[in-house]
Design a protein around this ligand. Sequence first.
Ligand SMILES: NC(=O)c1ccc[n+]([C@@H]2O[C@H](COP(=O)([O-])OP(=O)(O)OC[C@H]3O[C@@H](n4cnc5c(N)ncnc54)[C@H](OP(=O)(O)O)[C@@H]3O)[C@@H](O)[C@H]2O)c1
Length: 278
Amino acid sequence: MSKGSKILLTGSRGMLGWDLAKALKGSGYELLEFDRQHLDITDRTRVFSTVLEHKPSVVINAAAYTNVDLAESERDQALAINAMAPGYLAEACSEIVATFVHFSTDQVFDGSGETPWEEEDKPNPSNYYAYTKWLGEQTALKYSASLILRVQWLYGEHKERFTALKNKEVFTPFADQWGAPTWTKHVAESVLRLLEKRASGLFHFAYDDWATWYDVFQFVCQKLGYRTQLVPKKIADVHLPASRPRFCVLSNRKLASTLGMSGMGRWKVALGEFLSKL
Ligand SMILES: NC(=O)c1ccc[n+]([C@@H]2O[C@H](COP(=O)([O-])OP(=O)(O)OC[C@H]3O[C@@H](n4cnc5c(N)ncnc54)[C@H](OP(=O)(O)O)[C@@H]3O)[C@@H](O)[C@H]2O)c1
């Protein structure tokens, strides 16, 4: 993709959409931003007319239904946004020979095992949100110009999830759910690099190491000087509407080798830098 190329971004007001817009604006591309109000991705007719009118080289879909627990009861909405709409966008892209970039989740895996999940491992989603995300992946991947990044535990400046801890006396993070907090800025940078390499297909974004949510919040409290008492809890201790997978660490082997990098860095370095800017 050459500088000056036109990129259409949906879901531009979401956590990841925000950092994608920021990265794209600073990289010499012509950015067309659409939030939900200006483009509802479940409106097939509007999706086609918008894509065909602007004829971008790339469409990046950062829009999604992301409430994991609510998705258990709002099934039709989750399905329409996460499974069907990516198909409309990918199909519209194929008509103008544009690349379609889309995001999915670590939760497509069932959380068993002890080693990082590779792109070719078989998904087995354990909640409805993850099931709709998996369907969306499959729909998009029917089109050869689709690029999909599975990500996990996102944080970013637009929806920062750590400083609320300051006012809590006690907090109970999961100590048996494994993954890594992931800065949306780093996901956005990887998308740009993959586009520059004209990559397509399925990729995992992950750092080189991982932790539990308990480890993450311990790090946050230490970095920000919070006195919140952290009490570890187990997935089995709570009864949430959607089940949570235990071990969804993603392997970054394919991403790093495609980008010609020896690794993707450490989650503590990324989070430490993010927290230092708050
Ligand atoms: N957050 C995580 O930890 C996480 C983990 C794994 C994967 N992911 C994936 O990463 C991607 C980005 O997630 P995120 O955390 O940035 O999500 P987010 O902050 O919830 O943003 C999603 C955006 O999509 C918009 N949206 C919802 N329905 C729409 C529709 N029908 N048409 C157009 N826009 C619509 C939302 O607008 P409104 O706010 O107005 O509804 C919101 O701005 C998603 O594909 C998600 O599944 C996220």
